[in-house]
Design a protein around this ligand. Structure first.
Ligand SMILES: NC(=O)c1ccc[n+]([C@@H]2O[C@H](COP(=O)([O-])OP(=O)(O)OC[C@H]3O[C@@H](n4cnc5c(N)ncnc54)[C@H](O)[C@@H]3O)[C@@H](O)[C@H]2O)c1
Length: 322
């Protein structure tokens, strides 16, 4: 299989999982190693070949698919940080939109009408915009509100169109906020752990009442493996965790667990909270249904938020430069 962005957070977790569960798998990781990519996340993993290159290079992708006879693409590569997309959207349009187009074209050329091939396009719940009540279902109207989610939405439409127009066996997955080992330190949970451990202010946007659903990265990867094995081309699958929290509540739980892990007095970390001006276009709530994948494939989460948080905290305390 070709795993784009396999040196990133979710991609690396996915590659490690596949290598563990399928020792005979041949995995080619295509990753341009942006600031978010880190080859050490997949170094020494059995059966993995890292090709440092850009998904926008269609010739490279097509040659890889043909020369290595790769029948599956799991497409993680993206610019993924909303704050960066607000400061400078151009790389988001280039990688997320043009890059996905280039991959779809390369797959179309390399695979012809091979119906056993699979292209899993990994997307986000953010394309549905803010959901005040209930949960977005697969097929709900899109309403992206920031350049990141708009670029992902555009790439989802291309993926869908390549199935409808050319019969390319594309499946789209949407997931909620992932957390776990190997996440880049700029993201909410790792950056908060680092601030707490260093006794630095922990910034919280606005009043901290924005609500997100949290998914442990290993549960997400297990779901993707099921979609790869059993998913129906042309379909979309929502993958969400069981627990939703306001950012303030999430950070309060995190602060308590960090204090516990560091043997500090309760309240030490939450005393570092500092409210900062809200992010422009900040969606109030994301919520996504995963009924389809639960009913059709028997998927469920196996890691609670607290268990996942403790594992994540221990991992960062061990590996972070504090
Ligand atoms: N992390 C989340 O909570 C989350 C939630 C919903 C959806 N997603 C989606 O999941 C996917 C993976 O997210 P992540 O958090 O692992 O991202 P990440 O930022 O940690 O990793 C992205 C990887 O893609 C690589 N990359 C970027 N541009 C590239 C290019 N032009 N060519 C080749 N490689 C390139 C980077 O080097 C990096 O290794 C993304 O598509 C993202 O939109 C993530």
């Amino acid at each position: 299989m070709l795993v784009t962005g396999g040196a990133g957070f979710i991609g690396a977790n996915f590659v490690r999982r596949i290598a563990l569960h399928h020792p005979d798998a041949r995995i080619v990781v295509l990753d341009s190693l942006t600031y978010a990519g880190d080859a050490s996340r997949i170094q020494g993993v059995r059966g993995v070949e890292l090709v440092v290159g850009n998904i926008c290079d269609g010739t490279l992708v097509r040659d890889l698919l043909i020369s290595r006879q790769l029948g599956f693409i799991i497409h993680f590569a993206a610019e993924s940080h909303v704050d960066r997309s607000i400061r400078g959207p151009a790389p988001f349009i280039q990688t997320n939109l043009v890059g996905t187009f280039s991959l779809l074209e390369a797959a179309r050329e390399a695979w012809g009408d091979d119906s056993s091939a699979r292209f899993i396009h990994v997307s986000t719940d953010e394309v549905y915009g803010s959901i005040e009540i209930g949960q977005a279902q697969e097929g709900a109207p899109y309403a992206p509100n920031n350049p990141y989610s708009a670029s992902k939405a555009g790439s989802d439409h291309l993926a869908r169109a390549y199935h409808r127009t050319y019969g390319l066996p594309v499946l789209v997955t949407h997931c909620t906020n992932n957390f776990g080992p190997f996440q880049h330190p700029e993201k909410l949970i790792p950056s908060a752990i680092a601030c707490m451990a260093r006794n630095e202010p922990v910034p919280i946007y606005g009043n901290g009442q924005n609500i997100r659903n949290w998914l442990f990265v290993e549960d997400h990867c297990a779901a993707l493996e099921l979609v790869l094995a059993h998913g129906i081309p042309g379909e979309a699958y929502g993958i969400s965790g069981d627990e939703e929290y306001s950012n303030l509540d999430l950070l309060t739980v995190l602060a308590n667990r960090v204090d516990l892990a560091l043997g500090r007095l309760p309240g030490t970390s939450s005393a570092l909270f500092e409210f900062v001006p809200d992010r422009p276009g900040h969606d109030h709530r994301y919520a996504l249904s995963s009924t389809r994948i639960r009913d059709d494939f028997g998927w469920c989460t196996t890691t609670t938020l607290l268990e996942g948080m403790d594992r994540t905290i221990m991992w960062y305390l061990k590996t972070m430069d504090l």
